[in-house]
Design a protein around this ligand. Structure first.
Ligand code: CA
Length: 222
């Protein structure tokens, strides 16, 4: 899953970016509200982490502008001020949740997971597809009784496909959410990683979970 962090303090950027990358998230950042707005218009993000006090455009206004433009990406606000007015204002302009600084990293991760599973039918960290199980907090993957060891990129790809169960995802969508850079159509990195995943997830099982949709992309389905 790919996260946009809009924050002007380099120390906090480094801290959050390092921590999230260790949890297999892909992280881009913007250091002012204007850049945050331009990047936020890109629909390749699964979540925006947004500071309130920012140069150029503040967090409240930025949220309002993105929502006006029809951007539905979930927004988690990071606030240094502990006032009810700020929290209410953040939620009223269209943020999904807020977290007060300084926060514990574990709490940040838990809130991110909570926001990401909001659209899911089951509100737990466990994603089940046929006999495949993905524990999104610990990143443990099992097919039947077999434990599957994945690299961080393979895991990120699997989780993205699984969260969008039964939905066809284009190579561009997959590359944007999993690799986090503008997709170069010349590269076949998505196909290569799908092949790696199939080897680990589907090989030796009768039921193939990862499906190719000709001319469109890939999906994971029951
Ligand atoms: Ca700030």
């Amino acid at each position: 899953m790919r996260i946009l962090l809009v924050e002007d303090e380099q120390k906090i950027i480094n801290f959050i970016k390092r921590g999230l990358e260790a949890e297999y998230y892909t992280v881009d950042f913007a250091t002012d509200g204007e850049d945050g707005f331009l990047k936020g218009l890109n629909e390749g993000y699964d979540l925006i982490l947004l500071d309130i006090m920012l140069p150029k455009i503040g967090g409240f206004e930025l949220t309002e502008k993105l929502r006006e433009r029809g951007i539905k990406t979930p927004i988690l606000m990071l606030t240094a001020r502990d006032t009810v007015e700020d929290k209410v204002k953040g939620l009223d302009v269209g943020a999904d949740d807020y977290l007060q600084k300084p926060f514990s990293f574990d709490e940040l991760l838990a809130r991110i997971r909570a926001i990401l599973r909001r659209g899911a039918p089951v509100k737990t960290n466990l994603i089940k597809i046929a006999d495949l199980q993905i524990e999104t907090a610990s990143h443990e993957v099992k097919r039947g009784a077999k434990k599957i060891v994945l690299t961080s990129r393979e895991y990120a790809l699997l989780e993205y496909l699984a969260r969008n169960k039964n939905r066809v995802l284009s190579r561009t969508q997959i590359a944007q959410h999993v690799w986090g850079y503008d997709f170069d159509t010349e590269t076949n990195v998505v196909d290569v990683y799908i092949r790696y995943l199939r080897k680990k997830i589907d090989e030796g099982f009768n039921k193939k979970i990862i499906q190719t949709v000709r001319g469109a992309g890939y999906k994971i389905g029951e």
